[in-house]
Write a protein that binds this ligand. Sequence first.
Ligand code: ZN
Length: 113
Amino acid sequence: MKDSGNVLRTTLCRSCKSTFPKRIISLGPHPNVNSYIKKESFEKEEYYYPFDVYLCNKCGFLQLGHEINPKILFDDYVYVSSASPIFVSHSIDYAKRISERFALDSLSCYHCA
Ligand SMILES: [Zn+2]
């Protein structure tokens, strides 16, 4: 297991910019999602990143407590959710159900993934 050094600890809520309370759960270090290892890289050590979840006491936004350099995350990112018609259909249906259940209006913003 190796830390790439491309991780920053987040200290402000991404939604309301208030300071974080303490961490609520650590799911341990994880390799980059959808970062498939090429055959020629099998012998190289894989990088792992913190997967710690924080809850903002002010706005209730649940979020990770670290930011990984976007270049590391997306330079070789093979998954494109919009390429799956079934996933797009599910997301539209889910957003409609959430909007109805919580009586959200067109100005409300929520994120689920
Ligand atoms: Zn917040």
